[in-house]
Design a protein around this ligand. Structure first.
Ligand code: PHE
Length: 378
């Protein structure tokens, strides 16, 4: 700080180098400086503030503004020099000058912040100058559920309202779950290698979702009320109406005194909810090894499939022989055929989708052609 006029310090050696006649003058001078220095510093701060504010206002760009900032607020800038020289002030003046210094510093801080914000806003304006917000945005392609999934979800929702819960089983099954437990004799044609995909270990790809009836009853005691949507597999040649993998929705209801009337009422309600009040239904006698009696249900919708009857599902009352198989596997009499009765049904969702959506070829459902799928994006 030596030699700094603001410091107010004077070294003894400076005095000693002078003739004694000058001492008095110097000491007078010195006391004047010491007494007046605090006020001089007030003035200096005032001047510094107005000069700095003017320079900030005049800065033409960010670079100039930064130069001004370094000059005043930088680590060895004017403000920090001033605050260092405060140390040489008389004790009683320090708080006041210190406060003043802080006020100047924050006034400058604020001015710098305001000015750089103004520069940023200006830059934004320039950047957005040629932006035309009236131009149409680039389209967002929204995906949609596959039509089969939409149909399946709709069906599930209807059965949910009737108190059915979801059940599931594996696609790779044992022969017992797929055939034996379902009362299918060893010589039944469905068991042929030409109809069913077998694995070398004897397991197979389930040919229907009725396997889930068995898995549910082996695991749980009655009453039972479940639906099981899922894939099924048959060794069909693929063509416009056949796939080797298709989708079924299975249902099983076991309780006391369940009758064909319950089955018919439930399915008719389901079909009306799904296809609307104009749909006609009919039931035909049929045969399945695991239901007795067995039926098939057809539907006819005006305007769909040229108003032709369409086979929708197979169904029937659970054959007591199935209950016996389940009891044997469980090792109890939970499904005593004298106490419990039940119905089951299974429908093919792919054929239904074909008829509903007017599809000329079932393969459209598995080809993943965006032109086809996009039509179901409602
Ligand atoms: N599993 C039969 C089929 O795939 C449908 C069915 C299910 C029939 C339940 C009766 C009871 O054709």
């Amino acid at each position: 700080m030596t030699g700094d006029k603001l410091s107010g310090e004077l070294h003894l050696t400076d005095l000693l180098g002078l003739p004694p006649s000058h001492w008095l003058i110097l000491i007078c001078h010195l006391s004047f400086v010491i007494c007046h220095f605090p006020l001089a510093m007030d003035d200096e701060l005032g001047t510094l503030q107005s000069e700095a504010l003017a320079e900030i206002a005049n800065a033409q760009n960010v670079i100039e503004l930064d130069q001004v900032r370094v000059k005043y607020l930088g680590r060895s800038g004017l403000i920090s020099k001033l605050s260092e020289s405060m140390r040489s002030l008389p004790k009683e003046d320090r708080p006041r000058v210190g406060k003043l210094l802080n006020e100047v510093r924050s006034a400058l801080d604020r001015a710098f912040a305001d000015k750089s914000e103004a520069f940023a806003a200006q830059q934004d304006l320039v950047a957005l100058d040629d932006l035309d917000e009236t131009l149409p945005a680039s389209p967002v392609r929204v995906g949609a559920l596959h039509p089969l999934t939409q149909l399946q979800d709709q069906a599930i929702r209807i059965f949910r309202r009737l108190g059915f819960t979801m059940a599931a089983g594996p696609d790779i099954e044992t022969e017992w779950h797929c055939f034996d437990a379902l009362n299918t004799p060893p010589n039944h044609p469905a068991r042929n290698e030409s109809d069913t995909f077998y694995f070398p270990d004897g397991r197979l790809l389930r040919t229907h979702t009725s396997t889930v009836q068995i898995r549910t009853m082996v695991a749980d005691v009655p009453p039972i009320r479940v639906i099981a949507p899922g894939g099924a597999y048959r060794r069909d040649e693929m063509d416009a109406t056949h796939l080797s993998q298709f989708n079924q929705l299975e249902g099983l209801y076991v309780d006391k005194r369940v009758t064909v009337a319950d089955l018919k009422g439930t399915l008719e309600y389901f079909v009306r909810e799904l296809l609307g009040p104009k749909v006609e239904t009919r039931m035909r006698p049929h045969f399945f090894p695991f239901t007795e009696p067995s039926l098939e249900m057809d539907v006819r919708l005006p305007g769909v499939n040229a108003g032709k009857w369409m086979e929708l599902l197979g169904c029937g009352m659970v054959d007591p022989a199935v209950f016996e198989q389940v009891n044997q596997r469980r090792g109890d009499q939970a499904y005593d055929p004298e106490a419990w009765t039940g119905y089951a049904f299974g429908m093919g969702l792919d054929r239904l989708a074909m008829a509903l959506f007017g599809l000329p070829d079932i393969r459209l459902l598995i080809e993943n052609d965006q032109r086809f799928l996009a039509q179901f994006n409602s």
